[in-house]
Write a protein that binds this ligand. Structure first.
Ligand code: GLN
Length: 189
């Protein structure tokens, strides 16, 4: 199967590795620039985007990772990972940066203004049947550029988007035992 890196600075790295393995990918934890070499794809896990941002700069991973994304490395970002793949961020911490790539604006902790965490069943383009989606202090997408396809919405907001080789969800499929979103990503590699 394809070799998929899981950015392992912070967040639920092991859960993503487990799901990726179950859909036929090989996985590699990525903390250092040289671990980006030879990847077929990259998962940016959920966690805390401001911490992922800070550690990526401290470990000198930010620049090579951004370069790899610009060069077309396919990536899937979940929750904090969605934030990291977005070109623009609202309600980030002061000086918080994203890696970018997806022509979207996301709002950090967007649903959290009403309720921190919730679960709901959503329709997701490319997956048959409903997906049980777990949202934990999740972002939503506030603006989508022309090339961005909205795959799912919740409470009227886009929560799954795709643009070329980049996929992002506000929710955590790795937390439910549902392998289909990772399956969608791995099948595209
Ligand atoms: N609120 C977190 C952030 O800002 C995301 C939460 C998550 O990934 N479950 O990065």
């Amino acid at each position: 199967g394809p070799l998929v890196g899981v950015l392992a600075l912070q967040g639920d790295v092991v859960d993503h590795q487990r799901v990726l393995t179950s859909v036929g990918a090989r996985t590699r934890r990525v903390r250092r620039p040289e671990e980006l070499v030879g990847l077929d794809g990259l998962v940016v896990p959920g966690g805390e985007s401001s911490v992922i941002d800070r550690l990526s700069r401290r470990f000198a991973l930010r620049e090579p990772l951004v370069a790899a994304l610009r060069a077309g490395l396919p990536a899937y970002g979940s929750c904090a990972g969605m934030i990291m793949l977005a070109d623009a961020l609202v309600d980030g911490l002061p000086d918080q940066q994203t890696f970018g790539g997806l022509d979207v604006t996301v709002r950090r902790n967007a649903f959290g203004r009403q309720v921190d965490s919730f679960e709901t069943d959503i329709d997701l383009t490319g997956v048959d049947g409903l997906v049980h989606a777990v949202f934990i202090r999740a972002p939503w997408v506030e603006r989508t550029g022309d090339g961005v396809e909205v795959l799912a919405t919740a409470a009227g907001h886009p929560v799954a988007v795709r643009q070329g080789p980049l996929l992002a969800t506000s929710f955590h499929p790795e937390a439910t035992g549902d392998t289909r979103v990772h399956g969608l990503f791995v099948a595209s590699l």
